[in-house]
Design a protein around this ligand. Structure first.
Ligand code: ZN
Length: 258
C-alpha cells in the first residue's frame, strides 16, 4: 500500500503521458524469471578441466537478460545475479511471488558418455522420459533439502505436486520447450532426443509455465568450448529470445483468447 501511494504521489510530479506509459508498462510487459542453476557452495557439474557449471549458467542468464530487455517486450528478473547459493524452494517461491509469466531454469548437462553433446529442454513430469533424465533430475534436486511445500517436498509429495500442475501451465511449458528446440535447430547443437521430462524441484510451481534448459554437456569437449565462448553464448541468447518471442506471439495469445 505504501508503495502504491508513493507511486501515485511521484506521478504528480511527471507529465501524465509518461505516468500512463509507466502503468501500461507494468501491466502489459510479461515478467520472465531466469534461474541460473547452482551457485555459491554448489558448483553444479564440473568439466574434466575444472570449469564449473554455476559460472556458465550465471554468465548465460545475464547475457539472456540483456537480450530479452533489448526487445522492449519483457521485464526480466533473476533468482540470482551473483555467485551465491539460493535454495531451490526460494527460487520457485520468488517466481510465484513476482507473478512471473515464464520461468526458465538454465543448466549444463553432464552425461556418462563424453561423445554425447547438445542442448535439451525439460518439462515437468512425475515419470521421467528416460533413465538419464531421471538421474539428471536427481542430481539437480540434490540441494533440495526441504523447507517449502512446493519445491522441498518428499518424493511422494513431489509426485502429487507434479500431477497438480494445471493443464494450462503444462501446455505453456511444453509450448516453450518446443519453441526453444525449433529455434535452436540447425544453429545450436541439440541432443538426439532433445525434449525430455523429469520431476525437477525447480519446475514444481503449478501455476507458472516453466522449462529447464540444459544448454549443452560439460562432459563433451566441443560443448564445453561452446559454453565458455561469449560469442556462442550470445548466439544461444539470441535464439532463446526468438523462442520466447514466438511463445508470446502464439501460445500466450491463444491462452488469453481461450
Ligand atoms: Zn545443473
Amino acid at each position: 500500500m505504501r508503495l502504491a501511494l508513493g507511486g501515485a504521489a511521484a506521478g504528480l510530479l511527471v507529465p501524465s503521458r509518461s505516468r500512463a506509459a509507466g502503468i501500461a508498462d507494468i501491466h502489459l510487459r510479461p515478467l520472465i524469471m531466469l534461474d541460473p542453476g547452482h551457485g555459491g557452495v554448489d558448483p553444479g557439474a564440473i568439466a574434466p578441466d575444472g570449469v564449473e557449471e554455476k559460472h556458465i549458467t550465471l554468465s548465460s542468464a545475464l547475457e539472456l537478460r540483456t537480450a530479452l530487455e533489448a526487445t522492449g517486450r519483457y521485464r526480466v528478473a533473476m533468482t540470482r545475479t551473483r555467485d551465491v547459493f539460493i535454495p531451490l524452494p526460494d527460487r520457485v517461491s520468488d517466481a510465484m511471488a513476482q507473478n512471473a509469466s515464464l520461468f526458465l531454469s538454465m543448466h549444463c548437462d553432464h552425461l556418462p558418455t563424453p561423445d554425447l553433446r547438445g542442448a535439451s529442454v525439460f518439462t515437468l513430469s512425475n515419470d521421467a522420459s528416460d533413465a538419464l533424465a531421471a538421474n539428471l533430475a536427481q542430481d539437480e534436486n540434490g540441494e533440495d533439502l526441504g523447507g517449502s511445500p512446493i519445491a522441498g517436498a518428499s518424493p511422494q509429495v513431489a509426485d502429487i505436486l507434479a500431477s497438480l500442475e494445471t493443464r494450462a501451465t503444462k501446455i505453456g511449458s511444453q509450448s516453450l520447450a518446443r519453441d526453444i528446440q525449433a529455434s535452436f535447430r540447425g544453429v545450436v547443437p541439440l541432443l538426439p532426443d532433445p525434449h525430455r521430462s523429469a520431476n525437477f524441484a525447480v519446475l514444481r510451481d503449478p501455476s507458472t509455465p516453466a522449462t529447464l534448459l540444459e544448454m549443452g554437456c560439460l562432459t563433451n569437449p566441443l560443448d564445453e568450448k561452446r559454453l565458455r565462448s561469449p560469442k556462442h553464448r550470445a548466439l544461444m541468447a539470441a535464439r532463446i529470445t526468438l523462442a520466447i518471442n514466438e511463445y508470446f506471439d502464439n501460445y500466450a495469445l491463444h491462452r488469453m483468447a481461450g
